[in-house]
Design a protein around this ligand. Structure first.
Ligand code: GTP
Ligand code: MG
Length: 171
């Protein structure tokens, strides 16, 4: 059969936002894990969509590991940026990290797609997708294709919409 195109994706966002839970849901069910623990450093995972074979760098979001992120910018074809929609207190921190990412020399000049998951949409206190978009000033991103999906990673809701969008926007 036709070999799927291989792409590298970097999964970023603050600690506890749900990155590993999202990636775990996207993996083939026989390779999914039951207990997800805070990521140390990063893990490399693989999953497929209908036309692409993804290699995902699932980075730790803990502040002490965020300096690792930039080492993987050059080789990435897309970014998944995960936000905990219930974490109002740290939205400003998430925005700072996003701005630092978008201004980085290895990202700034490139049209790589950025997919946002406004995750934990199931929480009673979750901010709406519109509110999250506003707080992150996503409308200001003019030089890259971007998209935001509400998701509940525990149930796997909203994830495939995001992957479909990525598949359509990765060159
Ligand atoms: P680091 O590896 O430390 O950067 O964190 P992470 O972003 O990988 O978060 P992780 O996937 O480990 O999830 C953190 C916690 O949030 C876990 O207890 C998950 O079960 C929970 N969680 C993840 N997604 C959701 C969601 O959509 N809804 C709810 N209610 N909880 C979620
Ligand atoms: Mg993790």
């Amino acid at each position: 059969g036709l070999k799927k195109k291989e792409v590298n994706v970097l999964c970023l966002g603050l600690d506890n936002s749900g990155k590993t839970t999202i990636i775990n849901q996207l993996k083939p069910s026989n390779t999914q894990t039951q207990d997800i623990v805070p990521t140390i450093g990063f893990n490399i995972e693989k999953f497929k969509s209908s036309s692409l074979s993804f290699t995902v760098f699932d980075m730790s979001g803990q502040s002490r590991y965020r300096n690792l992120w930039e080492h993987y910018y050059k080789e990435s074809h897309a970014i998944i940026f995960v936000i905990d929609s219930g974490d109002k207190l740290r939205m400003v921190v998430a925005k700072e990290e996003l701005d630092t990412l978008l201004n980085h020399q290895d990202i700034r000049s490139r049209r790589l797609p950025v997919l946002f998951f406004a995750n934990k949409s199931d929480l009673r206190e979750a901010m709406s997708l519109v509110k999250v978009s506003q707080l992150l000033c996503l409308e200001n991103i003019k030089d890259k294709p971007w998209h935001i999906c509400a998701s509940n990673a525990v149930k796997g809701e909203g994830l495939l919409e995001g992957v479909d969008w990525l598949q359509d926007h990765i060159k």
